[in-house]
Design a protein around this ligand. Structure first.
Ligand code: AQP
Length: 335
């Protein structure tokens, strides 16, 4: 067994492409952590069912998500890459988590409150309410020490910690208590058209989202049309210059420069030149990744082989935790 600390994270296959927020907030850290940690990463298709996806599109998006993760730098030899539904223990432990979580604490999850407020109570599925308990199961099954996610997931990680602690004190010390691995810079990338809202796959308009699978011209146009302010100086000031600050964060994260260095690159330059500079960096960063993802998608057999190995490795760890959990709760194993 590996002596390295373990990490786990997941991403939903809800769209044809991941966006820049998914990459900078989460996947960039996944790639970095796969060498130093025993890393488990999954495409959380069961979570995505809360969005009632079209079955034909969903199949494609799930495989496209796997291809993008590999193209972004996940190495299936270094990490365990799998699809959540291929390991049934996720659903099984989720039920245990649902029986531990209080209705009140689940009702306080802001992601549920925001999303259900958007679609209205009648169109909100129960799965959206129980989503954080499935996420807790994802994490706890693998005894993850760290969970690399964006800022929007902080509350779900806190709930996971509470549930793990509650289980451990009520029954037996089964679960590792995980911590969020949330960076300061890049943990929240904002919509280019509304730089006070997070860049989000489900935003009403696609104009503020940079999708990694989009053609370079589309992303260049979106960056050049990003909302800024009436001033002239390229300076980081989240309160008064949200749009410029967001672009500086993106530029710095993709070039591995600090905010001060990024500001310096555009000293004395206007917003037009700045946007052109950011667009070039984004487009050149994603160009080879998009090409690699498209190439991988031409060979689904190869991707499925990777996923089979991933599911076997993940299943072995998950089943052991589930067995220990059931045992601690007094559930009799099948003879
Ligand atoms: N804007 C963001 N900035 C930083 N990190 C972000 N993440 C998502 N948006 C941002 C991080 O991406 C990872 C995968 O999240 P997910 O599969 O839950 O993605 P999502 O929530 O479907 O992505 P969206 O775009 O935010 O979708 P909707 O609109 O459905 O809510 C997570 O680690 C997340 O923190």
């Amino acid at each position: 067994m590996s002596t390295k600390d373990r990490v786990l994270s997941g991403i939903q296959p809800t769209h044809d492409s991941f966006h820049l927020g998914n990459y900078l907030g989460a996947v960039k850290q996944w790639v970095e952590l796969q060498d130093s940690h025993d890393a488990f990463y999954c495409v959380v298709d069961l979570h995505a069912l809360t969005t009632s996806p079209d079955p034909t599109k969903f199949r494609k998006q799930t495989l496209a998500s796997v291809a993008q993760l590999i193209a972004l730098g996940l190495d299936p030899e270094q990490c365990t890459l799998f699809i959540q539904s291929h390991v049934p223990a996720h659903n099984q432990l989720a039920w245990v988590m649902e029986c531990l979580a209080g209705f009140g604490e689940a009702s306080r999850m802001t992601q549920f409150k925001d999303k259900s407020a958007k679609s209205g109570a009648d169109r909100t599925v129960v799965g959206l309410f129980t989503y954080p308990m499935l996420m807790a199961a994802d994490i706890l099954l693998y005894q993850a020490h760290q969970v690399p996610v964006g800022e929007d997931q902080r509350q779900h990680i806190e709930l996971t910690r509470d549930l793990a602690q509650r289980f451990n004190t009520t029954y037996k010390e089964i679960f590792t208590i995980p911590s969020g691995y949330i960076l300061k810079a890049g943990a929240k990338i904002y919509d280019l058209q509304d730089p006070t809202s997070k860049m989000s796959k489900s935003a009403e308009s696609p104009n503020g989202i940079i999708d990694l699978m989009d053609a370079p011209e589309i992303n260049t146009k979106k960056i050049k049309s990003a909302v800024t302010d009436t001033e002239r100086e390229v300076k980081f000031d989240e309160k008064n210059k949200a749009g410029i600050s967001n672009l500086l964060t993106i530029y710095g994260a993709l070039t591995n420069k600090s905010i001060a260095e990024s500001e310096k690159d555009f000293e004395g330059k206007g917003y037009g030149d700045f946007k052109t500079g950011v667009a070039e960096v984004v487009v050149e960063f994603f160009r080879p990744i998009r090409a690699k993802a498209l190439e991988l998608l031409e060979d689904p057999t190869h991707l499925n082989k990777i996923l089979k190995i991933g599911a076997e490795k993940a299943g072995a760890v998950a089943e052991k935790t589930l067995k220990d959990t059931y045992d601690a709760m007094g559930i009799i194993p099948r003879a």
